[in-house]
Design a protein around this ligand. Structure first.
Ligand code: CU
Length: 456
């Protein structure tokens, strides 16, 4: 739910002396979002018409129209974000959530954004990708002084070009970005029929390093993050993208992590139709099923959702579809530790050996420390789903009512269309040259070198 927070009555929210009572009256409200669930698209109550986007596990910031200017109020502040059921994080964000709310405007709109700083240190907001006057670019020290705690700054410019943008601080940025300060910005085309789609999803890719049992990201981490998230949510905390069969679908993702993410869609082919630089000319597009999104980049992909089902959508770096546990764990495939668990169990109650038949724990989980997520934790219709992190689904369905995009549950496969166990006769299994003779139920006796240490 969106709560209203008035800056007339909420005097404590504004630093002393910065905004006078008369001044406060001229500020638009700063709505606050308390839920991490995907909010329905915000239909524009005034201004020029457009087709609103859906922010996955997020929301769009309402505005006030004043003398033909769209006025928004962002409040930079500490927030508590649920990463997935069972884990919350102390992050920094805007208006109650991290990422902050999506800002949606129309090409040619004059936009005024009030930014109130409730963080313990100075901040600024950079409007990534926008063409604007240099002094509105939000670079602390270069184009403006930092916004000190308790102060409110105003940014104002014309949203000149339709497209997909982001916002984030350029102020103590290693800390502020690592703490979750970022948001999405959509400038819709003047003509709503241009680039029109039926479903338009947006989200940021982000990452955190939060030790199991703690709540605050380690901001000095450079590459070895343990939570890979979509809009600061890890699967199964990421909502599905629900579409009707034959909908034209656009998904826009911005990458504000420290590494690239090859984003992969199952069951369909798509084209990259936009970047943060603008729309890609149709003659310059080619079919893809994976597109790499580099750091600081945005990609808009489009496809016709013509195959019903629950289609995986995820980063193709396998460690990015894992959650916090499972890092710095040695590879144990082929290591026979029969009896070992029992011995360790005497020393460490609840100890469980990780995957001597591979990594999958087959639904078993070690007792976890407080406030963390098992490395793979989803439950699917066929059992445990061995993925977490930057993973969700595109659910394509026949027969959804128009504008009814609530989660329809798992796909019901037509008879005879699910992979199944072969129960007929089997030929003798071939052996690789030099392989030891087979014994029933023998696991391979190979220890891989080293441990699972990795740099993402
Ligand atoms: Cu990734």
């Amino acid at each position: 739910m969106t709560n209203r927070r008035s800056f007339l009555t909420g005097a404590a929210l504004i630093g002393a002396g910065m905004v006078t009572k008369a001044g406060a009256a001229s500020l638009p409200e700063a709505p606050v979002q308390s839920s991490a669930a995907t909010q329905p698209p915000l239909m524009p109550p005034n201004g020029r018409p457009y087709n609103p986007v859906v922010t996955l596990n997020g929301w769009t910031l309402p505005w006030r129209m004043k003398d033909g200017v769209k006025e928004f109020h962002l409040v930079a502040e500490p927030v508590v974000r649920e990463i997935a059921p069972g884990m919350t994080a102390n992050l920094w964000g805007y208006n109650g959530q991290s990422p902050g709310p999506t800002i949606e405007v129309v090409e040619g709109d004059r936009v005024r954004i009030f930014v109130t700083n409730k963080l313990p240190e100075h901040t600024s907001v950079h409007w990534h990708g926008q063409r604007l006057p240099n002094g509105m670019d939000g670079i602390t020290g270069l184009t403006q002084p930092g916004i000190d705690p308790g102060k409110t700054f105003v940014y104002e410019f014309v949203a000149k070009h339709a497209g997909t943008f982001m916002y984030h601080p350029h102020a103590d940025e290693m800390a502020q970005m690592a703490m979750g300060m970022m948001g999405f910005w959509i400038t819709h085309p003047k003509d709503p029929s241009l680039h029109a789609v039926d479903r338009d999803f947006v989200f940021l890719l982000n990452s955190y390093d939060i030790e199991p049992g703690s709540y605050t990201p380690k901001i000095n981490t450079m590459t070895d993050f343990n939570l890979w998230t979509i809009n600061s949510r890890a699967f199964p905390g990421v909502d599905p993208m629900v579409v009707r069969r034959n909908d034209k679908v656009r998904i826009r993702a911005g990458n504000l992590t420290m590494t690239n993410h090859p984003i992969h869609l199952h069951g369909h082919t798509f084209e990259v139709t936009g970047t943060d630089g603008g729309w890609v000319r149709p003659s310059a597009r080619w079919p893809e099923v994976t597109t790499d999104i580099a750091v600081g980049q945005m990609r808009a992909i489009e496809f016709i959702a013509d195959e019903p089902g629950d289609w995986a959508f995820h980063c193709h770096k396998s460690h990015h579809t894992m959650n916090a546990m499972g890092h710095q764990v040695p590879t144990m495939i082929g290591v026979d530790h029969e009896g070992v668990a029992e011995k360790i169990g005497n020393l460490v109650p609840g100890y469980m050996v990780m995957g001597d038949k591979g990594g999958s724990m087959g639904g078993m989980q070690m007792p976890l420390p407080e406030n963390t997520l098992p490395m793979m934790m989803g439950d699917g219709p066929f059992g445990s789903l061995d993925m977490g992190g930057m993973f969700t689904t595109v659910k394509v369905r026949d027969g959804l009512a128009r504008n009814d995009y609530k989660d329809p549950g798992w796909y019901k496969h037509p008879k005879g269309t699910v992979a199944r166990e072969w129960t007929g006769e089997l030929p003798p299994a071939p052996r690789a040259p030099g392989a030891p003779p087979a014994k029933p139920d023998e696991v391979m006796k190979v220890k891989r070198d080293g441990d699972m240490h990795h740099n993402h």
